[in-house]
Design a protein around this ligand. Structure first.
Ligand SMILES: Nc1nc2c(c(=O)[nH]1)N[C@@H](CN(C=O)c1ccc(C(=O)N[C@@H](CCC(=O)O)C(=O)O)cc1)CN2
Length: 296
């Protein structure tokens, strides 16, 4: 079997176009565009690229982008003061603090300081708790985007066995909650799981979010299963001095067995920014007392 490639780049472009089409009616109703504030501390090269992409995508969607770039030596208190100011700013509907933060800053304290109503990353414990008990929440972007790709590929997920490899608060745990809400049977596996290949072989859906380049091998995959690869790992390329991006799954091996698979790059990654814009539009509607935009 050769897997169908799940084109996250194309799906994300469609979602961004649908979002952009909703912005004018929000502007008409409220007299302002939804606003997203992104905070970057330091000069991590990958983070700089992601923050630039977020700004570009926000502006292209017709939303307001507020970028705050702070030096690496910024104190935790200065960052908390900025978050407090953004919480109080009515033109800001969404606040995102780009991760990772420099090591002298406690990221938990910073994430906890964001108003849950503006927490478009969905990382605040209030949003994590609401997701866990099935209440209205802002949901982390990467798992939300992964779920959208799964639903587009498979339709109804009810009754399917999903194995999520990875237990992070940002991807693994919320992904498992979202799949449970879709009535999947969910197993959360991780690097210490005994007989990980044997557990993964039981899965109709594999979500790999373990952060280890090409760890999931082709002979771990049940024939016809759907594979969602959340990993983004930079490894040495074929030419000296060059690098390339690979996922947590050995792509060629897994694609030879799976029914459908997301590539890296071009799979889940582009969904992260599209879902950030989706969460910003949703947060803006809720803050303005409007019902959630439909069909997103
Ligand atoms: N506050 C947050 N910090 C971080 C998040 C996040 O969701 N919130 N996620 C990642 C980085 N990230 C967004 O911030 C992100 C990562 C990857 C992509 C993406 O589109 N990747 C492309 C490949 C890009 C490349 O060539 O390097 C792909 O997979 O196709 C978008 C956003 C950590 N920090």
């Amino acid at each position: 079997m050769t897997a169908r490639i799940i084109d996250g780049k194309a799906f994300a472009a469609g979602l961004r176009a649908r979002l952009a089409a909703r912005v004018p009616s929000f502007v008409e109703k409220t007299g302002r565009a939804p606003g997203l504030a992104v905070v970057l501390v330091g000069e991590d090269p990958a983070s700089q690229v992601y923050v630039r992409s977020k700004h570009k995508a926000t502006v292209e969607a017709g939303m307001q982008s507020f970028e705050h770039r702070l030096p690496a030596e910024t104190s935790q208190q200065a960052l908390l003061d900025l978050v407090a100011a953004l919480n109080a700013d009515d033109s800001v509907d969404g606040i995102l603090v780009q991760l990772p933060l420099p090591p002298h800053i406690d990221d938990k304290a910073v994430l906890a300081a964001i108003d849950p109503a503006k927490d478009v990353d969905g990382f605040h414990v209030v949003n994590a708790g609401r997701l866990a008990v099935g209440e209205e929440a802002l949901v982390p972007c990467t798992p939300l985007g992964s779920l959208m790709l799964l639903q587009d590929a498979l339709g109804d997920l009810s009754g399917l066995h999903a194995v999520v490899i990875g237990r992070s608060n940002i991807v693994g745990k919320p992904m498992a909650q979202l799949l449970l809400q879709q009535s999947c049977t969910v197993t959360i596996a991780h690097s210490r799981t005994k007989d990980l290949p044997g557990i993964v072989r039981l899965a109709d859906i594999v979500v790999a979010a373990v952060g280890r380049a090409e760890m999931v091998r082709g002979d771990w995959i049940k024939p016809g299963a759907t594979v969602i690869d959340v990993g983004i790992n930079r490894v040495p390329g074929a030419e000296p001095g060059k690098t390339k991006l690979v996922g947590d799954c050995a792509y060629d091996e897994c694609a030879a067995v799976a029914g459908a698979i997301t590539p890296v790059p071009g799979g889940v990654g582009p969904m992260t920014i599209a879902c950030l814009l989706r969460n910003t539009l949703v947060a803006a509607h809720r803050r303005a007392g409007l019902s959630d935009p439909e069909g997103l």
